[in-house]
Design a protein around this ligand. Structure first.
Ligand code: AMP
Length: 125
């Protein structure tokens, strides 16, 4: 079965310039912007420009150029935000997918969270 992508999701609208964003970085295949409801001093979302629902979708079907650009964009966001292990104190990267992952927006995004200790990895539920 193939992945289905809803082009009316919020991040598709952000990519089309239909709703505002607070940009951190834009590259050929990626866009990074601040989360509207930040959960930490650094809370940046990094999305590919292509129509991918989740990380597994992207990892399976994106071109090598998209994968390299997106991955390097994540590194650059960490550098710009000062959360790398070389210049900062680290970060947490989360990518929720689907129902069990509790994904709100069905366009691939990774959350880069940092600027404070992030606590344990997952809630017991
Ligand atoms: P997820 O639950 O992983 O799908 O996360 C979706 C994230 O998108 C949440 O952290 C929201 O706060 C964030 N969000 C929703 N709408 C916007 C928006 N217009 N601009 C920036 N972030 C948003």
């Amino acid at each position: 079965m193939s992945y289905s992508y809803d082009d009316q999701n919020i991040f598709a609208k952000i990519l089309r310039g239909e709703i505002p964003k607070n940009t951190v970085l834009e590259t050929e295949h990626a866009l990074a912007f601040r989360d509207l409801y930040p959960q930490a001093p650094t809370h940046v979302l990094v999305i590919p420009k292509g129509a991918y629902v989740s990380y597994d979708h992207f990892a399976a079907e994106a071109t090598e150029a998209e994968i390299v650009d997106y991955t390097r964009a994540i590194a650059e966001v960490c550098r710009l935000e000062g959360v790398t292990l070389t210049a900062g104190e680290g970060f947490r990267m989360i990518s929720n997918a689907g129902l069990h992952g509790v994904q709100e927006v069905p366009h691939l995004h990774v959350h880069i969270l940092g600027g404070r200790p992030m606590g344990r990895m997952v809630a017991k539920e």
